[in-house]
Design a protein around this ligand. Structure first.
Ligand SMILES: Cc1cc2nc3c(=O)[nH]c(=O)nc-3n(C[C@H](O)[C@H](O)[C@H](O)COP(=O)(O)O)c2cc1C
Length: 176
């Protein structure tokens, strides 16, 4: 059985992106899905001086190992001021110092959601440009706009948007 990981680029305990990845992972049948939480991978703020003193944190190696031992990745990025959340950027920076080929060519379903109508379009564009430089194989993507209007009881409530997601999930499944 294939093994996928799903995580949000957020450390919010109520993360809407984590709710979206948790739901999306249930749509991928016949796989073992592990939903990861950045709060379980606490690490200090990246800095070159700190890195020189202590090397890279064990938790960054651990997260990278989850990626490398998976068959596919579902990620949904929180958008903070048009870019990655600090929590995700910090993890990204530390992992890039261990191995720049972070995403190891694994099929990726790349997503973002926000309470606003743009659905995290800015952070999605940044990730689409940047992740392939770290060996991301983005095979599907999805943006959920206006989260509070379109998601309730743990799932997408808008049928058109749900169909759009199912279509992307299908592309992801084929690539696994
Ligand atoms: C510091 C900060 C900056 C934000 N900037 C944006 C933004 O640029 N675009 C946007 O759509 N939402 C922005 N938001 C709202 C987030 O999309 C919202 O907090 C969302 O819940 C974040 O995702 P999460 O719940 O998965 O952490 C911002 C929120 C914070 C706390």
């Amino acid at each position: 059985m294939k093994n996928i990981i799903a995580f949000a680029g957020s450390n919010s305990k109520q993360s809407i992106n984590k709710q979206l990845v948790a739901y999306t992972s249930t749509l991928v049948d016949n796989v073992k899905a592990t939903v990861l939480d950045l709060n379980d991978f606490d690490m200090p703020l990246f800095g070159v001086d700190l890195e020189e003193q202590m090397g890279q944190p064990e938790t960054a190696y651990k997260f990278l190992e989850y990626i490398k031992s998976s068959d596919g990745i579902i990620v949904s990025l929180a958008e903070h001021n048009g870019a990655y959340s600090s929590a995700f950027k910090n993890l990204f920076d530390w992992m890039s110092r261990i191995d720049s080929k972070i995403f190891a060519g694994k099929p990726m379903l790349l997503m973002a959601t926000s309470p606003g109508a743009r659905g995290g379009a800015s952070v999605l564009a940044i990730a689409k440009d940047r992740f392939p430089r770290h060996e991301a194989n983005i095979v599907a993507e999805f943006s959920l706009p206006s989260f509070n209007d379109n998601f309730s009881d743990g799932k997408i409530s808008n049928p058109e948007l749900n169909d759009e997601l199912l279509n992307e999930v299908n592309k992801f499944k084929i690539a696994l």
